[in-house]
Design a protein around this ligand. Structure first.
Ligand SMILES: Nc1ncnc2c1ncn2[C@@H]1O[C@H](COP(=O)(O)OP(=O)(O)OP(=O)(O)O)[C@@H](O)[C@H]1O
Length: 260
């Protein structure tokens, strides 16, 4: 529906004991845009992602997908609708090969399930699509390796390949280049750039690296103590006093000046 955001949160919140980890956060994300979610450590970024993707149930507010209230849907139901998220290695099958991991993700999109005849017919297609996903992340040469044996950076790439295999409309990346070597980072950034260039995906990115944010983001949402404190175009948001304070606050604690 024109004008309806792909994904939105309305007054979204969750409390852990007495602590509001995400507090009354309202934001809407349009198709064709990439929004970086930033904030100091403990600001609530990952918790907000967990609420959007359904890993956590909200204590307050709502999550809307194309205008439909999906707050009560499970994470799996949200994935089936088109909200895809890279899960920081928890979704890999360590005893399967790289290619088999991606093939399972392709298969789950086709919902081939255990219908053997359908599976057989689709097999060649599945393999081809899995291969294309591996090529996108630069993992084609490791297709036969066991997932468990991959170095950390390659595991992160595999996770992104599996996310691509799901062909989600909303794509959520939580620090996609964390733990990667400097030579591996450009592959993932290029993939995200190409995904964005398609113009039909809604991309959300939790990211600390300022250079990554500045290259990719159309918009920045800043969380601080669970609350949304700034939301706008990168240049405006970065210049705002609240971000300068949060940024400087982190800089005092961290040795990495490139972190928001
Ligand atoms: N399951 C939980 N139980 C209790 N408290 C939690 C839980 N998950 C998160 N929190 C708390 O909620 C707050 C927000 O945490 P969250 O991990 O979302 O922050 P973040 O912005 O992603 O931080 P980082 O940049 O360090 O990953 C923190 O104070 C954290 O300790």
């Amino acid at each position: 529906m024109a004008g309806t955001p792909a994904l939105a949160s309305r007054g979204l919140g969750i409390r852990f004991g007495g602590h509001a980890a995400v507090d009354d956060v309202s934001a809407a994300f349009e198709a064709g845009t990439l929004t970086a979610i930033v904030g100091p450590n403990g600001a609530g970024k990952t918790t907000y992602f967990n609420l959007l993707s359904g890993q956590l149930k909200a204590s307050a507010g709502a999550v809307l997908y194309k205008g439909e209230d999906i707050t009560r849907l499970s994470a799996a139901q949200r994935t089936a609708r088109g909200i895809g998220r890279a899960f920081q290695l928890t979704n890999l099958f360590p005893r399967l090969s790289v290619a088999e991991n991606v093939r399972l993700a392709v298969q789950s999109r086709h919902r081939a399930g255990f219908n053997m005849l359908a599976l057989w017919r689709q097999r060649a297609d599945l393999i081809e699509q899995a291969q294309a996903c591996l090529e996108q992340v630069g993992l084609a040469a490791r297709r036969d390796d066991l997932a468990a044996k991959l170095p950390h950076g390659d595991k992160r790439k595999l996770e992104v390949a599996m996310l691509m295999a799901l062909e989600p409309e909303v794509v959520m990346f939580d620090e996609p280049t964390a733990g990667m070597g400097v030579d591996e980072v450009p592959v993932i950034l290029e993939l995200i750039r190409r995904l964005k260039a398609r113009g039909d995906k809604t991309i959300l990115l939790v990211e600390h690296k300022m250079d990554v944010i500045q290259t990719l983001a159309d918009r920045i949402v800043v969380l601080h103590n669970g609350r949304l404190v700034a939301d706008g175009r990168p240049a405006e948001v970065m210049a705002s006093s609240i971000v300068q304070e949060a940024y400087l606050g982190v800089r005092r604690k961290s040795k990495e000046p490139a972190h928001v």
